[in-house]
Write a protein that binds this ligand. Structure first.
Ligand code: AMP
Ligand code: MG
Length: 313
């Protein structure tokens, strides 16, 4: 299959209507979409990514008012979260409507829904006229793509089209909140932070690291570049070498001794840059990437989650 590069959201939507899969930009990372009500099309997502069939997909829609198309009920708390954070980088887990194909939810009786804020995603989802199931547009296990070039590097020839947009603003996947639990639980950290969520749901809890897996995707390997990832406290803990790279908030003493270096102004810039940095390092054949740890609070909680997973071998 030759993968088309598109700039018009309406053109991209014609592929969705024809049962094909299309990568599209969002403010978190690029998604790989298919018509959520077409199981054959959704199967193509799993095939293109090599995604385990027990890992459910998030359903994307243009408007919060469309959520009842896939959710059996929208509890009052979910209504309040949507009112405050949609459109935006937040996914809500809600009871699944029975007509949502089980392939989308990996057999679960719940469904993840998100309303992206990215204007191109919004135009695309509006033109699709159907909810769009979409995981991140990367081969399974690899870092999520934050540019159309990274999507093409991973999936060229395996998907019908890529809708081009700029670099993803956030750069990390959405915050996932389980609204079917009491109190609601954060299953995956993201740009909507625990403190943000507590303004609407004061009793919201972080899912325990141990215990039953509520979000199946969290048990799979994730975000792993080809290079080995090592986490360090300080830049000087990284060993300088032309085949090594460094990313963090502080500069190493000899930046020119590394093959590639990114010094980020703050945690938001670090999150925005991380997966693109991984992509560039893999393209350059970097063997080892040193990543400076950050405080696990606010957006730093999401960044440390991705860094820990990338470093786990
Ligand atoms: P991705 O879109 O590739 O970032 O992956 C989607 C994430 O959302 C995975 O971690 C899934 O486990 C999680 N997810 C999607 N739907 C559900 C659901 N119904 N229940 C719990 N987690 C979900
Ligand atoms: Mg993913």
């Amino acid at each position: 299959m030759s993968t088309r590069l598109l700039t018009d959201p309406t053109d991209a939507a014609t592929h969705i209507k024809a049962g094909q899969v299309v990568a599209f930009p969002t403010e978190t990372v690029y998604g790989l979409g298919a018509d959520a009500f077409n199981p054959t099309a959704v199967q193509r997502i799993f095939d293109a990514k090599g995604r385990p069939s027990d890992n459910p997909l998030i359903v994307h829609m243009a408007h919060a008012a469309n959520v009842p198309q896939v959710a059996a009920t929208v509890p009052p708390l979910a209504e309040r979260l949507l009112k405050r954070f949609a459109p935006g980088p937040l996914t809500l887990i809600l009871p699944r409507r029975p007509d949502v194909p089980l392939i989308v939810t990996a057999g679960l009786d719940t469904v993840g829904v998100r309303i992206p804020a990215h204007p191109v995603a919004h135009a695309f989802l509006t033109a699709c006229e159907t909810p769009v199931a979409a995981p991140s547009a990367n081969p399974s296990g690899r870092p999520s793509p934050t540019s159309w070039e990274a999507v093409a590097a991973g999936l060229d020839g395996r998907i019908a089209a890529i809708l081009k947009g700029g670099r993803a603003a956030v750069g990390l996947e959405s915050t996932v909140v389980d609204c079917t639990a009491t109190p609601p639980r954060i299953l995956r950290a993201g740009a909507v932070t625990p403190a943000d969520l507590q303004t609407v749901a004061p009793d919201i809890a972080l899912a325990p690291a141990a215990g039953p897996v509520r979000s199946p995707g969290q048990k799979h390997r994730h975000y792993t570049p080809s290079a080995a990832v090592h986490l360090v406290e300080r830049p000087d803990d990284a060993s300088p070498d032309a085949a090594h790279a460094f990313i963090g908030l502080e500069a190493p003493a000899q930046p020119s001794a590394f093959g590639r270096v990114a010094v980020c102004a703050d945690v938001a810039a670090y999150a925005h840059t991380l997966f693109d940095f991984f992509f560039q390092c893999d393209r350059d054949g970097v063997e080892r990437i040193y990543c400076q740890r950050v405080a696990p609070e606010g957006l730093g909680l999401a960044l440390m989650d991705r860094l820990e997973r990338a470093a786990a071998r």
